[in-house]
Design a protein around this ligand. Structure first.
Ligand SMILES: [Zn+2]
Ligand SMILES: [Zn+2]
Length: 380
């Protein structure tokens, strides 16, 4: 498709965003998935300027597609508006090619809390048939050698990333947690967030995060936003960069494994995906009874990932010295059982010397405090 045709396509599409965003609708009410035509029909607001049919080629492509395919989410129907600029984009500008849609803030997707875990759907602004591939998902191109090959269309990228997001098993309550939405109320929180931004994309060096880069370990009391920060970083890696990530609550891992023994599921079945994934977020490390068995699981997980050079992100309520652990715990919010509350263990106590020193090699450590820290100090 020539630039001229692209530009001609772009204009009606832009006005489509505007007209659609004027429709008062809460995100929950978005009719999805549906083609824009059917959506307008449903809303009784059909307007000729909101369809791309002015471009004969696009109109033709839409006509040719059977309805089932137009509505088939996993196969087709989404695209970047300004396709030509996408490959050269800097990370922070990466998402601006979806047009100016306030619903998804340029991103083309919307995450939401599903029943068991966070899920993601395409924004309504992406519901048109891709003008580049006509919904086919790609096209046959002729290589320099003269051979013909299948070239996957850009529009499929987002579909793959959405699959990765679902496979990451992020809990529902973190569906809307982004780095931008994190409001630091303490220097330590601001520092941790700044580190994530820099790790994601460092404007001074132009370097972006790559799987295998040094991870992050956030320690501190419950309720200070450690997991929020981590998940915010994770969703950027998945949905903006297409990096495979996995969220794993450490306490849940232990109970899954206990459950696995009773149902004869081999340990490896549960651990291997956690060892293999490019980026693993291990939430609440050190939770549990600190038994030999639990230490063994930590050892397997961390050692295997260390040997494979994979990035690991960790949050823990344990800190580097017993006094801090106890003090930080005692003012922590959320559910703390007595056993944990009274523990003076350090992180080193909870994971053992060997793993502790590995963690230091694999991660950059940050201590995150809560908002009430200064108030506590002043009262003393
Ligand atoms: Zn949108
Ligand atoms: Zn396409």
């Amino acid at each position: 498709m020539s630039n001229n045709q692209l530009n001609r396509y772009e204009n009606p599409s832009r006005s489509a965003y505007r007209s659609r965003t004027n429709i008062k609708q809460s995100p929950k009410q978005i009719v999805f998935p549906e083609s824009p035509r059917t959506q307008q029909e449903a809303e009784g607001k059909a307007s000729p300027s909101t369809t791309p049919s002015e471009d004969p080629q696009v109109a033709e492509a839409s006509r040719e597609l059977p309805r089932a395919r137009v509505q088939g989410r996993s196969n087709s129907g989404f695209y970047r508006v300004n396709v030509k600029a996408a490959p050269a984009a800097k990370p922070e500008e990466e998402n601006k090619f979806f047009g100016n849609c306030p619903r998804c803030e340029w991103k083309g997707y919307i995450t939401f809390a599903a029943e068991t875990q966070a899920d993601v759907k395409l924004c309504a602004c992406q519901a048109d048939v891709c003008p580049q591939c006509g919904g086919e998902g790609g096209s046959i191109i002729t290589l320099e050698s003269g051979n013909r090959a299948w070239k996957t269309c850009d529009c499929r990228k987002l579909a793959r990333r959405m699959e990765l997001y679902r496979a990451a098993h992020i809990p529902s309550r973190f569906a809307d947690k982004t780095l931008d939405a994190f409001a630091p109320n303490d220097d330590s929180q601001a520092k941790a967030r700044a580190h994530f931004y820099k790790l994601y994309y460092d404007p001074t060096t132009g370097r972006s995060f790559k799987p295998g880069d040094t991870g992050v370990l956030l320690m501190g009391p419950p309720g200070v936003g450690k997991t929020h920060l981590m998940v915010g970083f994770l969703r950027n890696l998945i949905l903006e960069r297409g990096i495979a990530c996995r969220f794993q609550d450490f306490g849940l891992l232990l109970s899954d494994m206990r459950d696995g023994y009773t149902r004869d599921i081999p340990e490896q079945h549960i651990l291997q995906p956690l060892i293999d994934v490019d980026v693993l977020l291990l939430d609440d490390l050190g939770k549990g009874r600190n038994s030999k068995w639990e230490l063994g699981i930590i050892d397997t997980l961390i050692s295997c990932r260390y040997n494979a050079g994979r990035t690991t992100l960790i949050t823990t309520n344990y800190t580097l010295d017993p006094e801090t652990t106890l003090r930080e715990r005692s003012r922590g919010r959320g559910n703390i059982d007595n056993e944990e509350f009274l523990s003076r263990d350090t992180l080193r106590d909870r994971v053992g010397d060997r793993i502790y020193s590995r963690l230091h090699e694999m991660c950059r450590f940050f201590f995150v405090r809560g908002e009430d820290y200064r108030q506590q100090v002043n009262k003393r």
